[in-house]
Write a protein that binds this ligand. Structure first.
Ligand SMILES: NC(=O)c1ccc[n+]([C@@H]2O[C@H](COP(=O)([O-])OP(=O)(O)OC[C@H]3O[C@@H](n4cnc5c(N)ncnc54)[C@H](O)[C@@H]3O)[C@@H](O)[C@H]2O)c1
Length: 314
């Protein structure tokens, strides 16, 4: 059955990786979880030990083409969700490493998958809203965004020259348990603070589009199942576009004693998204309202904190 196709998830130790693996495990899909090191800290926040035991971990670097080829062959991989990347602050701190992981890593996957012919496809990968330019600007405003845009272009050329279909998703601000790094992780850290009785200041202001992590994971998985898709499309995802003040209000609704504030400039990319209802996976993606996602996240953090599985943010 198609849903049982062994699925390779790169960047499996990250936030979206954990939520993606959670859904695949719930559907009893065999999961190959690739990351630099076996890191199930985030996944353990979401699944029980029995489910955790069903994941096959592969310690590999996406800059290592030979390791990716081996993984695809030995794992009999039929679907790929490529999430491994360095987020914006890490790319800014070390641009050559950011280019190696984010650009070369993606090119390596395109190359390895194209060589395997029609066994896998479409190749599903994480781009980012940061690949979009600010209104009136000719380029993305971060090297991270420029790398993501480059990957979208390279994927389009692989479609043209090698016939490899691909679907790039451009998440905006993903939130939910497990979201703990990158500039847009602040709203989730504020939810953790509220759940643990700690004060927190979000380091940006303005408008942004909030997307609940399980919805985003569902979109990545649905994209792998658009088997007939033959293009190299890039798609934005739906979510709630709100002011930071609205996020703070949702946190206060879920945790009335919360002490959350915000300060700083707006995020360096467009606030709005333009999801395409005609996307090859569109029907599978229905966004959770912000108030529900925030309440779920605060409740989830409260349970984990009471069970001594997480600490308050410092
Ligand atoms: N979280 C968001 O709001 C958001 C928004 C837009 C785009 N994205 C993109 O979605 C993807 C997943 O985001 P996330 O929030 O889960 O990120 P994350 O930072 O939580 O996880 C990234 C994972 O990639 C792994 N990784 C880094 N270098 C690697 C390498 N060389 N080889 C193998 N693995 C490596 C890391 O160890 C980490 O587990 C990324 O590509 C990110 O750029 C995320």
């Amino acid at each position: 059955m198609e849903t049982k196709t062994p699925t390779l998830v790169t960047g499996a130790g990250g936030c979206i990786g954990a939520w993606t693996i959670r859904q695949l495990l719930a559907e009893e899909v065999p999961v190959l979880a690739l990351d630099l090191h076996r890191d199930d800290r985030r996944l353990r926040l979401l699944v029980d030990p029995e489910e955790l035991g069903r994941v096959t971990w592969i310690e590999a670097d996406v800059t290592d083409l030979a390791a990716l080829r081996r993984t695809l062959e030995e794992g009999e991989v039929g679907a790929v969700i490529h999430l491994a990347a360095l987020q914006a602050p890490f790319c800014r701190a070390n641009p050559p490493l950011g280019a190696a992981v984010n650009v070369v890593g993606t090119v390596n996957l395109l190359e390895a998958i194209a060589d395997r012919g029609a066994e896998i496809g479409p190749f599903v990968y994480a781009s980012s809203i940061a690949a979009a330019s600010q209104p009136g600007e000719p380029h993305p405003s971060t090297v991270y965004g420029a790398y993501k845009l480059a990957c979208e272009g390279v994927a389009a050329v692989y479609r043209q020259e090698r016939g490899l279909a691909s679907i790039g998703l451009r998440p905006h601000t993903v939130y939910g348990p497990g979201r703990d790094q990158g500039i847009t992780s602040d709203p989730t850290v504020a939810m953790l603070a509220a759940a643990t009785g700690t004060a927190y200041e979000i380091a940006f202001s303005g408008r942004l589009t909030m997307q609940y992590a399980p919805d985003v994971a569902a979109a990545f998985i649905a994209a792998t199942r658009a088997r007939e898709y033959d293009g190299a499309g890039v798609f934005e995802l739906p979510g709630d576009t709100v002011e930071v003040a609205t996020i703070v209000a949702a946190i206060e609704d879920a945790a009335p004693a919360a002490e959350v504030s915000f300060v700083g400039p707006p995020l360096p990319f467009p606030a709005e998204v333009a999801p395409d209802p005609g996307s090859p996976f569109g029907a599978a993606v229905s966004p959770t309202p912000l108030s529900v996602g925030v309440a779920d996240t605060v409740a989830h953090f409260r349970r984990l904190y009471a069970a001594d599985q997480i600490s308050a943010p410092s």
